[in-house]
Design a protein around this ligand. Structure first.
Ligand SMILES: NC(=O)CC[C@H](N)C(=O)O
Length: 192
């Protein structure tokens, strides 16, 4: 069975190329009917406000929510993660529609502008203990979001401790906790 990649905006080509390199049948999803028969869906990085507007224009929200409710796994990268979150802050005036389904609170552009983007070697213990691979993963934070809290259904695979002064436009008390960043997998996703 094929894995879909939401192809409205952002880095969908890169995700499709990775899947094909792994020998996975990957298809672009732009319309509700293209979700039929897929075994999972990836929502790529990009710009979540634009992605939400295009999803609305293409009448994708009901079908995407139904896909999630059916128990099929959905992976969100960066903007995709924002799109999947139940709660978002730091959004543009007027707000933005969220797909929801991942019980977490996310702050858009937490680390600042594109110029503040950075890379780090992030410890991910589950990679070694569950997958037998390396203990770290090269994490790329491009105008990245941060997750502040997660509900009981969410397994956190990696955390990024904030460097002093790294958080922008966020209340001080948030800076005293470590940030749960980027890739959170719900129990459904860990089966994938
Ligand atoms: N790398 C990314 O996907 C950035 C996400 C972007 N800050 C947003 O709001 O959607």
């Amino acid at each position: 069975m094929a894995v879909g990649v939401l192809a409205l905006q952002g880095s969908f080509n890169e995700h499709i190329a990775c899947l094909r390199k792994l020998g996975v049948d990957a298809v672009e999803v732009r319309k509700p009917e293209q979700l039929a028969g897929l075994s999972g869906l990836i929502i790529p990085g990009g710009e979540s406000t634009t992605m939400a507007k295009l999803a609305e224009k293409n009448k994708l929200f009901p079908a995407l929510r139904e896909f999630g409710r059916s128990g099929k796994p959905i992976w969100g990268t960066c903007a995709g993660l924002i799109f999947l979150a139940d709660r978002a802050s730091g959004v543009k005036a007027g707000g933005q529609e969220l797909l929801g389904g991942l019980d977490c609170s996310v702050h858009r552009n937490f680390f600042g502008s594109q110029l503040n983007s950075f890379e780090v070697e992030l410890p991910v213990p589950a990679l070694a203990s569950q997958e037998g691979g390396s203990t770290t993963c090269r994490a790329v934070f491009i105008r990245a979001p941060a997750i502040f809290d997660v509900g009981p259904s969410v397994d956190v695979l990696a955390e990024y401790p904030l460097a002093p002064g790294q958080a922008v436009e966020v209340l001080l008390f948030f800076t005293s906790i470590s940030c749960k960043i980027l890739y959170l997998l719900s129990p459904a996703c860990t089966r994938w």
